[in-house]
Design a protein around this ligand. Structure first.
Ligand code: HPA
Ligand code: ZN
Length: 337
């Protein structure tokens, strides 16, 4: 089964580029940019990655991001994630980035997007992995701050496909960002949002009805409200589920209790993702493997979620069909292994 998962062609739809900063690169960039960190060794870093909730993690994640200064840093970070993804048979990546985490430290929007998008271009050319970018607003900041970020993004609009919402969910409901999402959609960005990770089902309703999102990041708490589950199915929207993230941030106590199987049984469209793989102990294939083992998922379940990863991507229909055909060929060849 692990080999079936490793070789399975797949897309990843929920990964924060800042969350792919592995301890080795963190130390290297800290040295390169002369940034002081509270840790000196890989072991010290790994010991610090012990979280009780989303906020615990975010404090460490924003601290780690401070080592990213130059265009080259953003390139190195992004390209190294593409290399890891290619080895895991990821064919397409939808990458979130948090401009405000950097612009608030004096790094320009242009520096961030230039480094990331240069890596995306090289990855397509050299590794054959396609990608799109999701610019995410930090929800602990004001809507006015998000408007400034939207404005800064406009000269680079052609490089950005989608707009998202992340950071501390509690007390920062989607309704706070209604106007900036409307303006972002007017600029052509496809709206998505983190909702129902720590926030309750009301936040998911708001994200659907006020932000008109086309995909839900996490969305675990939709199970609190069967009417919401049915609405998500009716709208044909997918959830980007992140199993190992859910364990690290104590959204779910252990993988055996993860509601993913129940979600599948209800008819929700589920995808599997890594969220912040450098911090949560595993890349995408480990997320597939661990949840498969914990819930005894079948090859057909795994195949269905890989299909969803392409179907609910923001690729054009031709490209989706091409990827889905390759995946079908793979499944038919490996079904009896
Ligand atoms: N939730 C909210 N914000 C985030 C996350 C997450 O899991 N990862 C990075 N930013
Ligand atoms: Zn996330």
């Amino acid at each position: 089964m692990d080999t079936f998962i490793n070789n399975l062609p797949k897309a990843e739809l929920h990964v924060h580029i800042e969350g792919t900063l592995e301890p080795e690169l963190l130390l290297k960039l800290a040295t390169r940019n002369n940034i002081k960190l509270p840790y000196k060794t890989i072991n010290e870093i790994k010991n610090a990655y012990d979280f009780n909730c989303l906020q615990d993690f975010l404090d460490i994640y924003y601290q780690g991001a401070k080592v990213l200064i130059t265009e080259n840093d953003f390139f190195d970070l992004t390209y190294s994630y593409f290399e890891k993804s290619a080895l895991q048979n990821v064919k397409h990546l939808e990458i979130m980035f948090d401009p405000q985490t950097h612009t608030n430290r004096g790094v320009t929007f242009e520096t961030v997007i230039s480094g990331i998008s240069r890596a995306c271009d090289m990855a397509e050319e050299k590794l054959g992995v396609t990608s799109i970018l999701i610019m995410s607003y930090l929800r602990h900041l004001s809507e006015n701050e998000a408007f400034k970020t939207l404005q800064s993004s406009l000269p680079f609009k052609e490089l950005i496909t989608s707009v998202g919402l992340d950071s501390s969910e509690k007390d920062n409901p989607p309704s706070k960002f209604q106007n900036v999402f409307k303006a972002s959609v007017k600029e052509g960005y496809i709206p998505v949002a983190h909702a129902g990770e720590e926030g309750n089902s009301d936040y998911i309703w708001e994200a659907l009805n006020l932000l008109e999102i086309k995909r839900i990041d996490h969305g675990n708490n939709c199970l609190q409200d069967i009417n919401l589950v049915n609405e998500i199915i009716k709208r044909d929207i997918a959830l980007t589920i992140c199993p190992l993230s859910n364990i690290s941030l104590k959204v779910v106590e252990n993988l055996e209790d993860h509601p993913l199987k129940e979600m599948l049984q209800l008819g929700l469209n589920i995808t599997i993702n890594s969220d912040d793989p450098a911090y949560f102990g595993g890349h995408i294939n480990k997320n597939y493997q661990k949840i498969q083992q914990a819930l005894n998922l079948s090859k057909l379940d795994i195949y269905g979620m890989a299909q969803n990863s392409f179907k609910y991507s923001f690729l054009n229909d031709d490209k989706k069909e091409q990827y889905l055909n390759d995946l079908e060929v793979y499944y038919n060849k490996n079904i009896d292994l």
